[in-house]
Design a protein around this ligand. Structure first.
Ligand SMILES: [Zn+2]
Length: 216
C-alpha cells in the first residue's frame, strides 16, 4: 500500500511539474524520431568523415533529456570504456552518446538546421574519438572552468560544420533561431540564457551577415 501511495505521489508530481511545451509555429511539422536522427547521423558520418572509416563505424546512442535551454549535448562513454574487456578495446567498438532533447519529439528545427547542428555534434564525437581518456578529461575540465576556452571551442566546431558544406551556414542560422525561440517560449530567465547562447555560439544575426567569416 505504501508503494502504491508513493507511485501515486510521484505520478501526481510529474503531471504537475511537466508543463506543456510551446513550439514555434513552423516547427509543428518537424517532430523527429530517434530513427530519423540516427539516419541523419549515419549519412553525415559517411559524407564528412570518410577519411576515417573506423570513426564511421562507431556506434552512436541517443539519450533523451529535458532541459529548456540546452537541446543537444554529446559525451564520450568514459565509464563504459573503463569497464570494457581488453579484447574489445578497439576504437571502433566505442559508443558515443548524443543526449538529445525530448523536445525534438514535439517540435524540432527544419531538416537543414538539424543536419547542420548534427554535424557540429559529430565533430565533438570525432574529437573524443581522436583523444585518449586523459586528454578528454582535461578537455572536460577546461570546458567547464574557462568560458573563453568553451567559446573558442564551440565556435571552432561551428566552423567545421560551416566549412564542410556552405549550405550549413543557412542551416546553422535556422537552428540558432529555433534555439532562441524555444528559450523565449519555454525557459525561465530567457533574456539571460539567450545572451549566453549568442556569446558562446555564432548567432543567427552573425551567420546571416553577408560578410560573415569564421574567426579561428
Ligand atoms: Zn557544441
Amino acid at each position: 500500500m505504501i508503494k502504491f501511495y508513493l507511485i501515486l505521489g510521484i505520478c501526481t508530481m510529474t503531471i504537475i511539474s511537466a508543463k506543456p511545451i510551446t513550439c514555434p509555429n513552423y516547427t509543428q511539422n518537424y517532430p523527429y524520431t530517434d530513427e530519423q536522427i540516427i539516419n541523419y547521423l549515419n549519412e553525415l558520418k559517411k559524407e564528412y568523415f570518410s577519411h576515417e572509416p573506423e570513426f564511421v563505424q562507431t556506434k552512436i546512442k541517443l539519450k533523451d533529456y529535458r532541459n529548456k535551454a540546452y537541446y543537444l549535448a554529446t559525451k564520450p562513454n568514459l565509464v563504459g570504456n573503463l569497464f570494457r574487456k581488453k579484447k574489445r578495446s578497439k576504437k571502433n567498438k566505442t559508443t558515443y552518446i548524443i543526449n538529445r532533447s525530448i523536445y525534438f519529439k514535439y517540435c524540432g528545427p527544419g531538416p537543414l538546421a538539424m543536419k547542420a547542428i548534427l554535424l557540429h555534434e559529430l565533430k565533438h564525437l570525432y574529437d573524443y574519438y581522436l583523444w585518449n581518456k586523459g586528454k578528454t578529461i582535461l578537455f572536460g575540465l577546461k570546458y567547464l572552468l574557462s568560458k573563453k576556452f568553451h567559446m573558442a571551442y564551440e565556435k571552432r566546431t561551428d566552423c567545421f560544420s560551416l566549412k564542410a558544406n556552405p549550405e550549413f551556414q543557412k542551416g546553422l542560422a535556422q537552428y540558432r533561431k529555433w534555439v532562441v525561440e524555444m528559450i523565449r517560449l519555454n525557459a525561465k530567465n530567457p533574456l539571460k540564457k539567450i545572451k549566453a547562447k549568442n556569446t558562446i555560439y555564432y548567432s543567427e544575426a552573425e551567420l546571416k551577415d553577408p560578410h560573415f567569416n569564421c574567426k579561428e
